[in-house]
Design a protein around this ligand. Structure first.
Ligand SMILES: Nc1ncnc2c1ncn2[C@@H]1O[C@H](COP(=O)(O)OP(=O)(O)O)[C@@H](O)[C@H]1O
Ligand SMILES: [Mg+2]
Length: 268
């Protein structure tokens, strides 16, 4: 169906503990009385790209939000089961949520730069953490913008408003803002859905290069993108994890009829 890739990544079943970034066990999430994720058990492999696919409303955003407790912001929300990162159940009340969110960064579908300069957008999280000498902050901002492959385009206008950037540049700025905190895990919620093909290509290349240092979980509605870019893909339907496999396998030999129907565009 689409261009696939060969790689030497291990099959999911064979992952050792040191190869796992996130381990979810029997995770269920409710909004009020409504169950939106039903008993999800899955692992997210370290330093790989994992795609989450499925119809709108099937629970993808809820799932990534439960990896950095973004769900906490919703009073109506309740969850059971566990999400283990670095040996710790992050849903434990004692977890330092601010610290967790620096380690598990999140980028949303629509770029939301703060109304401030490009520099200040990237420095924002670092300044919240602690006071940093200017020189060190300059270096951190430069490093993050370089990692997000935006540096060359903005280095002469760091103190201009972020609003002057194009959509694709703003999305890379959002990634730079997250990367400045050196997250171990980066959650991307439909990061290219608002972008044109060239900007999308930039983000995809960026994700490939980030894989060396960061675990990436991406939600996408673009099947070609999931197949092309991600090592593993998980298909969700109405709050259930239907199928989770190597991307090349899931897209060429889906085991379940529901998966096949979805990836061939029969619904969704
Ligand atoms: N804050 C909320 N309060 C109540 N219901 C919500 C809230 N956020 C999402 N939902 C519901 O939870 C389900 C899953 O939503 P979501 O995780 O956003 O799905 P997806 O990202 O796959 O489109 C949907 O039925 C949605 O209406
Ligand atoms: Mg969503």
């Amino acid at each position: 169906m689409v261009k696939l890739f060969k790689s030497s990544r291990p099959a999911l079943k064979k992952l050792g503990a040191e190869e796992i970034a996130v381990e979810m066990s029997e995770l269920s999430v409710y909004y009020g009385k409504k169950i939106v994720l039903d008993n999800i058990s899955m692992v997210i492999p370290k330093h790989r790209i994992t795609s989450l696919i499925g119809q709108s409303g099937c629970g993808k955003t809820t799932l990534i939000s439960s990896m950095n407790r973004m769900n906490d912001l919703n009073k109506n929300h309740r969850c059971t089961g566990s999400v283990i990162i670095d040996g710790q159940n992050i849903h434990n009340k004692k977890v330092n949520v601010a610290k967790l969110r620096t380690q598990v960064g999140m980028v949303f579908q629509t770029p939301n730069p703060f109304p401030m300069s490009i520099y200040d957008n990237v420095a924002f999280g670092l300044r919240l953490q602690k006071e940093i000498p200017r020189r060190q902050l300059d270096e951190a901002v430069e490093r993050a913008l370089k990692s997000a492959v935006l540096w060359d385009e903005v280095k002469d206008q760091l103190f201009a408003s972020a609003a002057i950037l194009s959509g694709g540049q703003q999305q890379r700025l959002m990634i730079a803002r997250a990367l400045a905190l050196k997250p171990k895990i980066l959650l991307l919620d439909e990061p290219t859905s608002a972008l044109d093909p060239l900007a999308t290509l930039h983000i995809e290349e960026l994700m490939q290069s980030l894989k060396k240092t960061t675990t990436i979980v991406m939600i996408t509605h673009n099947m070609q993108q999931a197949a092309r870019l991600s090592d593993y893909t998980a298909f969700f339907h109405q709050g259930e994890l239907v199928e989770y496999a190597d991307s090349d396998k899931l897209f060429t030999q889906p085991k379940h009829k529901q998966t096949e129907d979805y990836i061939t565009g029969r619904y969704g």
